[in-house]
Design a protein around this ligand. Structure first.
Ligand SMILES: Cc1ncc(COP(=O)(O)O)c(C=O)c1O
Length: 386
């Protein structure tokens, strides 16, 4: 890589080796012929009907609840959904625009919401995701201050960066709290089908069939690639109309959507299975490498899905020094601080395992281990040894 990176554990992109080049090329030829002169017209706010049907079937199959293609709007990645929601739910009522979210969350969302002028209020999280008692505390205090949040943004499945999955009982608690405070839930579920092992948990919207305020964001970035820029919003009317009222882009590319519809119509799950098998090998390679090199110093998550392993470093690690060493040795990883809503330093790094090959993982994790060891003071090593 031009920046000197040899071992890329920084990028949250998915597995390149299973990108279906030929399948998409064939699908493109068929789709372009079929759509033909319709490309001379705008796709509309919802977008290509065929892809919406494929995505509604994806949701129905995974969640076991009926999802209507009429309640899906295609977006430019899920990121367009993230910002569209914020713009639609902000209000010019003289009060601050506040969003409640996990205190560690996706850096892209943190950056976008800050730039849009939203204030982020964090909820503590543990290995099961957002902690209901802390959510209740945050909601209560905002309510008492007369500044209720505009919405609750949550990554309940394969959380970015921690990899946690919220158990069903906790999901129901979160839904109940949001309902009690009349706050819409925005569920960002872009890792939904990147699943390796363990039980699958239902999405919040599937557990809340009467939740008319519920907004669900998903994407094809993590099962195909962010280069295709295809995501979607699922929401019921009138919420869907409220969101689309902020849409001024003429709609989502009919060219991309028609090709993806053609490609995924009959092979969505086969494709996911192939990709997940490859990603699981990569996850396991990282886990084995960490065990072999830093088990006396660090702890880490063992994610059942998603693309990230969250490593907890010894408290006395010198993070600046660590990042300097890793950069010098061609290893890229993400500093925990970039995922903290207040930019607070935390003794963590996020390792993304989608992009490097298994060989690069096997070579890179020991180097990372050496860097971690060198960035920890002797005291940490002595304690670990003792
Ligand atoms: C939680 C979360 N939401 C949204 C995105 C943006 O994805 P997309 O490429 O679909 O816009 C990412 C990308 O890493 C993410 O982790």
């Amino acid at each position: 890589m031009a920046d000197g990176t040899v071992y890329d554990f920084g990028s949250g992109c998915t597995n390149p080796e299973t990108f279906p080049v030929q399948g998409l090329a064939d699908a493109a030829a068929r789709a372009i012929t079929t759509v033909g002169e319709d490309f001379t017209r705008y796709p509309g706010d919802l977008g290509h009907a065929g892809l919406r049907q494929v995505l509604a079937a994806r949701e129905t199959e995974r969640e076991g609840v009926e999802v209507s293609a009429d309640h899906i709007a295609l977006t430019n990645g899920s990121m367009q959904g993230v910002t569209l929601v914020a713009e639609a739910l902000m209000a010019a009522d003289g009060k601050p625009d506040i969003v409640v979210c996990e205190e560690l969350t996706y850096s892209g969302t943190i950056g976008a919401y800050r730039r849009l002028g939203l204030r982020l209020e964090g909820v503590a999280l543990d290995e099961d995701g957002m902690i209901p008692a802390d959510l209740e505390r945050v909601m209560e205090s905002l309510h008492t201050a007369g500044t209720p949040p505009r919405f609750l943004y949550t990554l309940s499945t394969y959380q970015n960066p921690t990899g946690s999955v919220m158990p069903r009982a906790r999901r129901l608690e979160i839904i109940a709290i949001a309902r009690r405070f009349a706050v819409p839930i925005v569920e960002d579920n872009c890792y939904a089908d990147v699943h390796f092992d363990g039980d699958k948990q239902p999405s919040l919207y599937a557990l809340d069939p009467d939740g008319t305020d519920h907004i669900y964001l998903c994407s094809l970035s993590k099962i195909l690639g962010p280069g295709v820029r295809e995501g979607y919003i699922h929401a019921r009317p009138p919420m869907l109309a409220r969101l689309l009222d902020r849409r001024f882009d003429g709609g989502n590319s009919l060219l991309t959507a028609s090709v993806l519809a053609e490609f995924f119509r009959h092979r969505l799950w086969d494709h996911c299975a192939e990709m997940n098998a490859a990603l699981q090998q990569k996850r396991d390679a990282v886990l084995v490498g960490l065990e072999a090199t830093v088990s006396d110093l660090c702890t880490w998550s063992r994610p059942a899905g998603g693309l990230f392993i969250w490593v907890t470093l010894p408290d006395d690690v010198d993070l600046d020094h660590l990042l300097q060493l890793t950069t010098e040795r061609g290893v890229r990883c993400a500093r925990g601080r970039s995922f903290h809503i207040h930019d607070t330093d935390v003794p963590n790094i996020r390792l993304a395992f989608g992009q490097p090959t298994v060989a690069a993982i096997n070579a890179g994790i020991p180097i990372l281990g050496e860097c971690i060891r060198a960035a920890c003071s002797g005291e940490a090593r002595a304690n670990a040894a003792g």
